[in-house]
Unconditional design. Sequence first.
Length: 81
Amino acid sequence: MREVLEQVRIYMTALVQESVSREEVADWAMARVKDESADYSSDAILWTALDRLAGADLQQGPGVYLHDGADFRAWLADLDR
C-alpha cells in the first residue's frame, strides 16, 4: 500500500502543477477504488486520498469542474499531515 500512497502523492502534485489531466488521475484512482482485493479501504488516509482523486474530473456543468487548484493543494496538504 505504501507504493500506492506514493503514487497518490505524485498524482496530487501533478494536479497542483497542472502537468496531468484530471481524467487520467480520476481513471487511475477509480481503478484502485474498485479493486476490492487490495483492501485499500482499510487505510483511512489512503482511502480518502483515492476517493478524492477519483472525483478530480467531476464537473458541475459543461467545462466547469467541481474541484480546482485550491482543492488539489488542500488535498495534498492533508496527505502530508
